[in-house]
Write a protein of this length. Structure first.
Length: 351
């Protein structure tokens, strides 16, 4: 299963449409072996005056099934889409979610050898999404090749074996889903930081610029109001580190991403992690609360370091609040320890 990721306008949906035969490439060629199931349109390509049942039959025939075959599977399709009460109503009376559920149900019941999915796995409530994910896994284990466009990196990691990152219509990275998703998240975070407006900016290595204004910037719909740093600003290699971020969200914030970074004073990045990378589900938040981050063993070498904390929009479009190099600390060391890491180690000589 291949996940296709990238920023808005990168060409993800265009790629799926070309694979599905909707348009022709200006260069190169496309070869697809087997029946294609395509979920490319929020409306499923349905005709508003036809009923859900009639649209399902039409979609099945377009996908390559005989009318008798799709009719024989209709009960399964309707049950999967959970539209028993509405299947004989005109589709123009359906909500977008109902149309998407019906389109998904039809596509996965047409025995596709190739399934193209454009953001459809966010359909419906959590229970229905789980059912969609289970069906996708079943198709994959049965030999169906699946190409999925998604903005959800956790979903890409969970479902996809490999990922393709598109950037301005070109391949930025291709490989294991975890590695490519991590590269994309890092790029999006850096792009967010680059776009932050300020009259005064501070340049960093690699062309990255961060806002310099009390070492803090963001849109501030959500703020990190307090940071507790334990055991303090001086510790030894191997000691635990605990950070407690007290936040306040003035409005309801959809699934924000909390981040923590540690940088050595020479600019070496030692840690850059987030709730998203750790696959921690953060619900929609409003009001006040706290987020706890703990490192059981901070095996950093002796030196001076900076701790960054922040909270970002769920797709890394912007920072709500970012504290850059705001929390300095020191790792005390002993002779014989150099470098970034100071893990437990020992020497043994054999003669």
């Amino acid at each position: 299963m291949l996940g296709v990721i990238g920023a808005n306008g990168a060409g993800k949906s265009t790629l799926l449409r070309l694979l599905g035969g909707v348009g022709r490439p200006t260069e190169g060629s496309i070869r697809v072996n087997g029946r294609i199931g395509a979920l490319l349109d929020l409306g499923g390509g349905f005709l508003g005056d036809l009923t859900g049942r009639e649209n399902a039959v039409l979609a099945g025939v377009v996908a390559g099934l005989l009318k008798s075959e799709i009719v024989a599977r209709m009960d399964e399709i309707v049950a999967f889409a959970e539209l028993e009460e509405y299947i004989d109503h005109p589709v123009r009376t359906y909500s977008t979610g109902m149309m998407m559920r019906l389109a998904f149900a039809v596509a996965v019941h047409t025995d596709p050898r190739v399934l193209l999915v454009d953001e459809f796995l966010s359909v419906g409530d959590l229970a229905f999404q789980a059912k969609c994910n289970a069906r996708i896994k079943s198709l994959r284990s049965g030999g169906c090749a699946i190409v999925m466009v998604s903005h959800g990196m956790d979903q890409v990691r969970q479902l996809c074996d490999r990922a393709l990152w598109l950037k301005h219509g070109e391949v930025a990275a291709f490989g294991s889903s975890d590695v490519v998703a991590r590269l994309f998240e890092t790029e999006m975070k850096n792009e967010t930081l680059r776009r932050m407006p300020s009259a005064e900016r501070r340049p960093l290595d690699g062309g990255l610029e961060l806002v310099a204004g009390e070492n803090r910037f963001g849109t501030f719909e959500m703020e990190i109001r307090s940071v507790e740093f334990r055991p303090g600003n001086s510790l030894r290699p191997g000691e635990p580190l605990s950070v407690v971020m007290g936040y306040e969200a003035r409005t309801e914030i959809a699934a924000p991403v909390f981040v923590v970074s540690i940088t050595r004073d020479d600019g070496t990045l030692c840690l850059d992690t987030s709730t998203q990378l750790a696959r921690e589900d953060v619900p929609d938040l409003r009001g006040e609360g706290a987020v706890h981050f703990t490192i059981d063993r901070l095996d950093l070498g002796p030196g001076n370091y900076f701790l960054d904390v922040g909270v970002f929009e769920s797709e890394w479009e912007h920072a709500y609040d970012y504290h850059w190099h705001a929390y300095p600390f020191t790792v005390d060391g002993t002779a014989g320890l150099k470098g970034v890491l100071a893990p437990p180690c020992r020497w043994k000589l054999e003669r």
